[in-house]
Ligand binder design. Structure first.
Ligand code: NAD
Length: 426
């Protein structure tokens, strides 16, 4: 049985990623009284592939890299998940990330299962042509298990639209025809999607708007503080301003800025582009990243790193809601404090799902050879995110649990229901 202390159960982010992922699954299983046979099956990936990748380096020597592709669950559709290039990639980590992708796709109700890939390498030390040869050889190695109806990779840490173009091209050469639907996150001129770049920030902005509604805060001029001014933070700021909210603080790795009367996100962006940081924007006070987190505001958006909201600052947070743009910005202890203080936390799995949602739109377009306008993409994204927000909110009310736990339970339940229909579980 679940302990009455709700938030302690939320996910102890202190084991290895796989231990955490398995613990989360266990918690959801307890809440849902999940069929043990289905629970058992969900602990393991359906398939995990390890490949060795020989690459001729620029100095003429051949170096062998190790790569993985893990497919966690396909009950709701083809596997979906990014590929990361990083020296610290491990099979265990990739397994955990693949499981999280299963839940993320299920929360926003897109017809995919979860997967993840990774190659142990240091892309910062590799030339562009070395990265191209690595990517093409890795694609050949995993080609038997990927495909538009099988498993659709996307960019992740240190991979990008260029990497996806190489994968698509290599896969297409193997097949003998052009197959854009094998990956998403491609450049727009080879099957990519208009609006992809803004999509995660847009999803965050939509969650902010809905959070103000459920909290009874007026959205017009609601005050917002954003930590991290990269892809997610910048677009969240631009879109929120356009929608009528007031951005009063933003930050990057070099520090933050604050203005009670509001910051123009475009001006902050061009200042960052010119000087390397938002710090120093005319008319703003300089603040530290730590100060930004505890500033008086309606909504706080962590959009930089993990584990920034901790037991040492959570009780000083004055925001009425936290919308998690970043992955894993809040520790378990902080979650407990925020819950006690009635701060609404919109969890990462929902708040930053805009990117994977529009990946799904890109894939539909590729399969149907259609091309949607950016307005259509944004409208469909809004529908998906807003629906998911209220489904999670409703589960949270009914279960009397925070939204983080409700999102997880909702996702696991959706996957389990599909598995039951296929006969996994007596
Ligand atoms: P990014 O690299 O574009 O931007 C990160 C920003 O964080 C930069 O402005 C950087 O200066 C800032 N930063 C770094 N260290 C900081 C510090 N100590 N304090 C304050 N700011 C700091 O990254 P991104 O794509 O915007 O991703 C941000 C987060 O969102 C990550 O957790 C990522 O996993 C998550 N996320 C991103 C996407 C996406 O589509 N980009 C999707 C889902 C989740």
């Amino acid at each position: 049985m679940i302990e009455p202390s709700i938030v302690k159960e939320i996910i102890p982010l202190n084991g290895s990623p796989l231990e955490n992922a398995l613990k989360q699954l266990e918690i959801a299983a307890e809440i849902l009284k999940l069929n043990p046979e289905i629970h058992e099956r969900l602990k393991y990936p359906e398939r995990s592939l390890t490949v060795s990748i020989p690459v001729k380096m620029d100095n003429g020597q051949v170096k062998t890299f190790i790569g993985y592709r893990v497919q966690h669950n396909s009950a709701r559709g083809p596997y979906k998940g990014g590929i990361r290039y990083h020296p610290d990639v491990t099979l265990e980590e990739v397994k955990a990330l693949a499981m999280w992708m299963t839940w993320k796709c299920a929360v926003v109700d897109i017809p995919y299962g979860g997967a993840k890939g990774g190659v142990i390498c240091n892309p910062k030390e590799m030339s562009l042509s070395e990265k191209e040869r690595l990517t093409r050889r890795y694609t050949i190695a995993i080609a038997p298990i990927i495909g538009p109806y099988q498993d659709i990779p996307a960019p992740d840490v240190y991979t990008d639209a260029q990497t996806m173009a190489w994968i698509m091209d290599t896969y297409s050469q193997l097949k003998g025809y052009r197959e854009p639907g094998v990956v998403t996150g491609k450049p727009v001129n080879c099957g990519g999607l208009l609006g992809r770049e803004q999509s995660t920030g847009r999803g965050v902005a939509l969650c902010v708007r809905e959070a103000t509604k459920v909290l009874g805060i007026k959205f017009k001029n609601a005050t917002v503080a954003i930590q991290g001014y990269g892809n997610v933070g910048v677009y969240a700021a631009l879109i929120l301003k356009e929608m009528g909210a007031k951005i009063i603080a933003v930050s990057d790795s070099k520090g933050g800025i604050y203005s009670k009367s509001g910051i123009d996100p475009k001006a902050a962006l061009s200042h960052k582009q010119k000087t390397g940081s938002v710090v120093g924007l005319a008319g703003c006070e300089t603040i530290s990243n730590e100060e930004l987190l505890t500033i008086e505001c309606d909504i706080l958006i962590p959009a930089a790193l993990e584990n920034v909201i901790t037991k040492s600052n959570a009780s000083n947070i004055k925001a009425k809601a936290i919308v998690e743009g970043a992955n894993g910005p809040t520790t378990t202890e902080a979650d407990e404090i925020l819950n006690a203080n009635k701060v609404l936390v919109v969890p990462d799995i929902l708040a930053n799902a805009g990117g994977v949602t529009v990946s799904y739109f890109e894939w539909i377009q590729n399969l149907t050879r259609e091309s949607w306008s950016e307005e259509t993409v944004n409208k469909k994204l809004e529908e998906k995110i807003v629906n998911a927000f209220y489904q999670v909110y409703k589960w949270s009310q009914e279960l009397k649990r925070p939204m983080r736990l409700a999102a997880l339970a909702l996702a696991v339940n959706r996957v389990a229901e599909a598995m039951k229909m296929f006969g996994f579980g007596s």
